[in-house]
Write a protein that binds this ligand. Structure first.
Ligand code: SF4
Ligand code: SF4
Length: 333
């Protein structure tokens, strides 16, 4: 957003209660619960199930072409196993995470960190930040219930943002879903390539998308934005029109400071995402709190909570996804 004052600060603007906060179990994530939680009303209800029926209604923005385009947009993401996605964790001690060449001797740390960030940008990241890896953000278990074991020498996270294209503003029409799929497929390429670059410098790297760790707090730690009322990262440059991927590494790097552009105060008054949500899934409270709505919300983080169960039920009704709260955010324009 133009004219915004972005301050670098010593501490991220989220507040946590260390007594309560624990490593999140990815099996509680709404998409994992669709697969595994037989007590949930959306158990085995996949968001595209209604799509053929919706096509027959011939509504604008819900065509067979849009749906085909959306499925196609996920191609790279869906077919890049063992380089991206949690499947690679099965190979943690194999060559996929291990250094590929002798170790590069790092001279000037400032120059070297810049080279790493430039590489991420060259491969297609829109923004990049670096933080120390706060291990609280690692998932305790992945979505299939397997423990996440990442050794202590993975000290840093390189966090990369992929910009979602303008189709997102068509939400909730299906063309907005293509924007999402394209971003995920780009994430697969960017994250896997950056990890491979690091391995060829003789260091370790694990590439990840939404898997392995919570992406939003890592992005905040890496100075890329703040947490919005909509429950998503809001960046000064692209608003919430972002997808996040990351690489964990043992390579020494200079970290970025978190940022504060007064989003927490702005969200108290703005509320545009509340109006845009067709199922009132976003908190209307003036102040953020530690309240949670379901097991899919991480406990111990003070924020405006999103009722992700209500949100997902709307996705089912819509025969796909919804990005209304991303499109409505004034920072996304
Ligand atoms: S994605 Fe759509 S349904 Fe879900 S919280 Fe955002 S606006 Fe509401
Ligand atoms: S739409 Fe407004 S209230 Fe919602 S996240 Fe964006 S700035 Fe905050």
């Amino acid at each position: 957003m133009k004219g915004l004052t972005v301050k670098q600060v010593d501490k991220p603007t989220y507040e946590i209660d260390e007594e309560i906060l624990q490593q999140f179990n990815e099996q509680q994530n709404i998409f994992a619960r669709v697969i595994y939680d037989n007590t949930a009303p959306f158990f085995h209800k996949y968001n595209y199930l209604n799509s053929e029926k919706i096509i027959e209604e011939k509504k604008q923005g819900y065509s067979r072409i849009e749906l085909a385009r959306t499925f196609a947009s996920w191609t790279l993401y869906n077919h890049f196993s063992n380089a991206f996605s949690d499947q690679k964790l099965d190979n943690e001690i194999t060559k996929l995470t291990e250094p590929q060449l002798s170790q590069y001797e790092i001279g000037d740390m400032v120059e070297f960190t810049k080279e790493v960030k430039d590489t991420a940008l060259k491969f297609g990241a829109s923004l990049v930040g670096i933080c120390k890896l706060n291990r609280t953000w690692l998932y305790k278990y992945n979505r299939h219930g397997q423990p996440i074991n990442i050794s202590e020498d993975y000290s840093h996270a390189i966090v990369m943002i992929i910009e979602m294209n303008d189709d997102i503003f068509n939400s909730p029409h299906w063309s907005a879903m293509t924007s999402s799929g394209i971003s995920y497929s780009k994430m697969a390429f960017v994250s896997a390539s950056v990890a491979q670059f690091i391995r060829h410098l003789g260091y370790k790297a694990i590439s990840a998308g939404n898997d392995t760790a919570l992406s939003i707090p890592l992005a905040i730690d890496a100075g890329l934005g703040e947490l919005g009322r909509n429950g998503i990262l809001v960046t000064p440059e692209l608003g919430s029109r972002v997808r996040i991927c990351k690489v964990f590494t043992d390579i020494p790097l200079i970290v970025d400071k978190p940022v504060d552009f007064s989003l927490q105060e702005f969200c108290k008054k703005c509320k545009l995402c509340i109006d845009a949500c067709e199922v009132s899934a976003i908190s209307c409270d003036v102040e953020p709190s530690y309240e949670i709505k379901s097991v899919s919300n991480n406990q111990g983080v003070r924020r405006w909570v999103v009722d992700v169960e209500k949100c997902y039920m709307f996705w089912l009704e819509n025969g796909g996804e919804c990005s209304n709260c991303i499109a409505a955010c004034p920072f996304s324009k």
